[in-house]
Design a protein around this ligand. Sequence first.
Ligand SMILES: NC(=O)c1ccc[n+]([C@@H]2O[C@H](COP(=O)([O-])OP(=O)(O)OC[C@H]3O[C@@H](n4cnc5c(N)ncnc54)[C@H](OP(=O)(O)O)[C@@H]3O)[C@@H](O)[C@H]2O)c1
Length: 391
Amino acid sequence: MSTNLTTESTAEKSPRRKGKIRRVFRWAFYLIILLIGGFAIYAWATGARQEPIETGDPHMKAVVYTNYGSPDVLEIRDVKKPVPNDDQVLVKIRAASLNPLDWHYMEGTPYIMRAMGVGLRKPKSPRLGVDLAGQVEAVGKNVTEFKPGDEVFGTGHGAAFAEYVCANKTKLVLKPANLTFEQAAAVPIAALTALQGLRDKGKVQPGQKVLINGASGGVGTFAVQIAKSFGADVTGVCSTRNVDLVRSLGADHVIDYTKEDFMKSNERYDVILDNVGTQPLLGFKRVLKPKGIYVLIGGGGPNDGRLVGSLARPIKTMLMSPFISQKMGMMLAEIRQEDLTTMANLMQSGKVTPVIDRAYPLSQIREAMKYLEAGHARGKVILTIEEQNKT
Ligand SMILES: NC(=O)c1ccc[n+]([C@@H]2O[C@H](COP(=O)([O-])OP(=O)(O)OC[C@H]3O[C@@H](n4cnc5c(N)ncnc54)[C@H](OP(=O)(O)O)[C@@H]3O)[C@@H](O)[C@H]2O)c1
């Protein structure tokens, strides 16, 4: 009898519970639709608003782009020379450097970037360029660290491909006297990525075995030298034509990836810095020591999956990491003034020397970007700003 009652009440409860579950799912579904809708409206609204290109006198030359696309969307135009606010420094730019980040902005890829505030259909900001070196021309009233005439390097608010830029005072440091403007401009993003990847994520210690995958590019050429300055035993991976370059930077061992697959070697590494990001994660795991650390810097190129691009890989590393003894993760570099100073000291002492592949005048920004996009830069690609500045 009691069994029957229990069965009946379970039978009564069951449709009620099912109804409840259905209601929860329905509301969760509405909530997700609402969130996606809200996000799409936000993305559409931000995408529709392109910052105006300011014109007028005094003017200067700057790279502008009003649509996403190939390097052909880039133009040199006369725009209004900027005026620094209280915390800014007006820098007369002498050299700027290109980074893969710039072509991501130019192409609007991976597309997910557009929905994250970069501009859905058109770039929200029509200006480009981060890394720079130049001379201080004027300072805002809260700036006591710099004065007109100082030679500086750092980053320029996404508008460094120009004759002048207003940079935040916390994103600049004094340029060491032994560096040219071109060398100093090569530093910010690439060197800080290498420094933070090796020191903060990789926690590299003297004597450790460190492998730099992609040792001949912008990040890689800094990484080899920085890892050596930490006292590591460094292996650089590059193609045949770059073997001598990577060895000249101080690498103890060089692997030519066209002839040898380091993933099949018997060597085991404490830290791997991966600037290529296209090889199987399990292969990296195989050549890491049991407590080794894999730091994903980046990878892929313009032909990568356009929706999320190389962003799929960090997700895979995050999913894999909890199930293995090694640490696998990615990093995003931050432009910190103290790290720019660390790099300035390393360069002043001669422990690190920026490697410059090619320098193009500002007017050849399209050619420079095409070269970088091809993915075979040897060190950094630089823009030099001609002495045609108007004051
Ligand atoms: N996470 C961050 O904060 C951050 C910051 C900066 C950059 N990144 C990313 O890091 C990556 C590297 O940046 P980068 O400035 O160094 O780029 P880059 O200067 O364009 O580097 C290109 C280099 O990669 C090498 N390479 C290509 N395929 C290779 C392979 N299979 N094995 C070894 N080397 C290979 C090329 O050498 P060969 O010509 O010999 O092939 C070339 O020297 C990019 O994807 C970039 O977006 C991320």
